[in-house]
Design a protein around this ligand. Structure first.
Ligand SMILES: [Mn+2]
Length: 324
């Protein structure tokens, strides 16, 4: 039988099929992008890495399983060539690779910090942009160190229910790393903004701009995006999204949920409005699949990360085109 006959669609279903099937690799990169071992020497524009670390959680642990849950959930949205509402194909503009997860000594936070910083430094020095999946939110601190080393004190665009600026004794806590980031001079507080906050923080003389949940719900998505852009300006900005910024109805699978948050739709629309920002790094953190249902949380995280990539790839003209 010739090969053209083997692949004939008119083959009767009662005959035993002979055409070789196409197999999908077991390791699945984010949005089904290729997996690479050495991202720095790859031809990528954006490199995905996972940090399966959750020893800095104060509530429920489990975010160590976040990276693979986000990768798996991304298969539900990877079929879109031109992701709605954008009018361009992401893969035409951004070469994406997935370098897998950081390995470190079990139970040793310093080992994770060191491995993560070396990997981030390597990716940044090769001129590529990093998209990291947590892990708990503490991982943003070592990542910020390497970004500040390259870009200077950078703007933080931080989506979260919590400000993560608690003044605590230990360093390794997912509720205090943005205070450490200020003390280490990694971020420029005057050009940083926290969005969706709905828990206590040091209200008086607080140095960062806070758009709390009530503010966000009393303004439109485009007004919120415009306010973020106004604070950040054109300075290099690091985008970090704690999935607990979303209401637990939209993101139950997380360690420290707090009711009254943003919907996935509202968050996506706000992120979409950040096209003019100079985004130099991104992460999505705190997805804990053990508390998730039907991949709601992991899929929200994957969608937000995909939106980050579109925003990095897009121009203002693309944003206008989405309105037509
Ligand atoms: Mn949080």
């Amino acid at each position: 039988m010739s090969s053209s006959e083997e692949s004939s669609s008119e083959e009767s279903s009662s005959e035993r099929p002979t055409a070789q099937p196409r197999m999908r690799a077991v390791f699945q990169g984010f949005l089904e992008c290729p997996a690479v071992e050495d991202p720095a020497s790859s031809e990528a524009d954006v490199v995905v890495i996972g940090v399966p670390y959750d020893l800095a959680t104060t509530g429920r642990a489990g975010a160590r399983d976040g990276p693979n849950a986000i990768r798996a959930a991304s298969s539900h949205i990877s079929w879109e060539n031109r992701r709605w509402p954008w009018r361009f194909a992401l893969r035409d503009r951004i070469k994406l690779v997935d370098a897998g997860d950081i390995e470190f000594q079990v139970g040793e936070t310093r080992s994770m910090v060191s491995a993560l910083q070396v990997q981030v430094r390597s990716v940044l020095s090769s001129g590529k942009t990093l998209l990291t999946f947590g892990g708990d939110h503490y991982i943003s601190l070592p990542i910020l160190r390497e970004h500040a080393e390259k870009f200077g004190p950078i703007s933080l665009i931080h989506f979260d229910a919590h400000t993560d600026t608690e003044d605590l004794e230990g360093e390794f806590d997912h509720g205090s790393m943005f205070l450490h980031a200020q003390r280490e001079g990694l971020i420029d507080p005057a050009r940083s903004v926290q969005v969706g906050i709905r828990t206590e923080y040091a209200y008086e003389d607080y140095p960062l701009t806070v758009l709390d949940t009530t503010w966000v719900h009393n303004h439109s998505a485009s007004e919120t995006a415009a306010k973020i852009v106004q604070v950040v300006g054109d300075s290099p900005a690091y985008l970090t999204f704690d999935i607990d910024c979303l209401d637990p109805a939209f993101a139950p699978g997380t360690g420290t949920p707090d009711p009254g948050g943003l919907s996935t739709q509202l968050a996506l629309e706000i992120v979409r409005g950040l096209v003019v920002c100079n985004i130099v790094g991104m992460d999505v953190v705190e997805v804990a699949p053990a508390y998730d249902h039907a991949e709601i949380t992991a899929l929200a995280a994957a969608s937000i990360a995909a939106e980050f990539l579109c925003v990095v790839a897009a121009t203002e003209n693309d944003l206008d085109a989405t309105l037509s």
